[in-house]
Design a protein around this ligand. Structure first.
Ligand code: HEC
Ligand code: HEC
Ligand code: HEC
Ligand code: HEC
Ligand code: HEC
Length: 243
């Protein structure tokens, strides 16, 4: 299989795809297709703070995160037919209701999509504590889901090769440019950094000064720093991702 892949890539090298990916331009970076319903993550998970796994129910259980079926939307939209304050029902919500009543599913356009010759599984990544945002960008700020990362092999391997316990992950800005890198540190070491502070300058290790209990400020990991705890580097052999 690997030999076949190499052959395929050599043939493809004549074309532009390989050239572009070597240059760091993946055709998939910045891909943001129009969806059949104007669903907004910024509204649902940013403003309303609905947890990702309320809708993407399989993400910690299996290979695919899955996009929610109509009944999950209807838990709320049975009762909500318009934005608050609007004097007429929303045509976008109406599409959701109509499809549900007709027993049809909405044909969401897939955004993140690896070639078939690559094996990826959400479960071990989510269990290792890699945040959704590390791979998908700041979904909570997006009205329309957009690919922030290239999903190319180098990107997967950069993380897999990271020194155990320490890993640099990008933090993305509004228009998905990389703002800075946050060092995620072994979660078991977290306690010793959880010190009192006045401002973020008092905190090391990319922590921020926050009053999480409403009163006393301590150095905390922001939502990116919180997670990943790698006891060893992730697997790198070809057959892990190509079988
Ligand atoms: C290590 C990187 C990584 C992490 C962490 C990650 N994803 Fe993904 N996600 C991917 C990749 C890669 C794909 C494309 C998979 C494919 O094409 O086989 C994907 C695909 C998806 C899809 C499309 C449907 C599917 O399952 O293929 C959804 C929805 C999704 N991810 C949601 C999430 C959510 C929610 C989280 C956090 C709980 C998360 N992901 C964490 C890399 C990641
Ligand atoms: C936890 C409850 C909840 C769930 C689950 C939910 N929604 Fe919503 N949704 C709302 C609320 C409340 C609003 C109106 C917010 C406001 O006041 O602007 C809304 C607004 C919308 C709008 C914007 C309507 C407009 O015209 O501006 C669309 C479209 C929408 N939802 C689609 C969906 C879809 C599709 C799903 C399932 C994938 C879903 N919602 C799941 C509560 C929910
Ligand atoms: C109320 C339900 C709901 C919540 C909450 C929600 N999502 Fe989604 N998500 C959807 C729907 C519906 C789609 C498909 C339409 C779209 O792409 O906007 C989707 C698509 C996605 C995709 C692209 C899937 C693909 O085709 O590649 C990713 C990645 C994703 N969500 C991640 C997240 C993350 C991360 C969170 C939490 C921060 C989250 N979602 C919270 C409903 C939800
Ligand atoms: C931000 C870090 C990170 C990124 C990015 C990442 N991985 Fe991983 N991956 C891990 C960690 C950590 C593990 C080890 C989890 C464990 O030991 O349980 C892992 C394990 C795996 C495994 C083995 C899991 C199993 O089923 O045994 C596969 C396959 C894999 N990753 C594929 C991918 C692919 C393909 C990509 C790119 C699309 C990718 N990973 C991107 C961190 C990452
Ligand atoms: C951590 C996961 C991972 C590992 C390990 C890995 N690959 Fe890949 N590989 C990928 C992903 C993801 C792609 C798809 C890249 C794209 O479409 O941009 C890919 C694509 C390829 C391609 C197609 C050409 C290309 O650049 O798109 C070849 C050939 C390939 N890999 C060979 C290998 C060989 C040989 C090894 C072992 C030295 C290896 N891979 C190890 C994830 C991995």
């Amino acid at each position: 299989m690997i030999r076949l892949l190499v052959l395929v890539s050599l043939v493809a090298a004549a074309g532009e795809i390989i050239f572009l990916s070597l240059q760091g331009f993946s055709p998939r970076q910045g891909y943001a297709p129009k969806q059949p319903v104007a669903f907004s993550h910024k509204l649902h998970s940013g403003v309303m703070d609905v947890p990702c796994q309320y809708c993407h129910t399989q993400v910690s259980k299996g290979r695919h995160a899955t996009v929610p079926s109509g009944n999950i939307c209807m838990n709320c939209h049975e009762h909500v037919d318009r934005p608050s304050g609007a004097d007429a029902p929303s045509p976008e919500i109406a599409k959701v209701k109509t499809a549900y009543k007709a027993g049809k599913s909405i044909e969401w356009v897939n955004v993140f999509d690896l070639p078939d010759h690559v094996y990826f599984n959400h479960q071990p990544h989510v269990h290792a504590g890699v945040a959704c945002e590390t791979c998908h960008g700041e979904i909570k700020k997006m009205d329309v889901v957009k690919t922030a990362v290239t999903l190319n092999m180098g990107w997967c391997l950069d993380c897999h090769r990271s020194q155990p316990g320490h890993i640099n992950v990008p933090v993305y800005g509004e228009d998905q440019q990389v703002l800075r890198h946050v060092q995620q540190v072994n979660i078991k070491e977290q306690g010793e950094f959880n010190q009192a502070c006045e401002t973020t300058e008092d905190c090391g290790h990319s922590q921020v000064c926050l009053a999480t209990d409403g009163e006393n400020k301590t150095c905390q990991w922001d939502s990116y720093g919180l997670s990943a705890h790698f006891d060893q580097a992730a697997p790198q052999s070809c057959t892990v991702c190509h079988n």
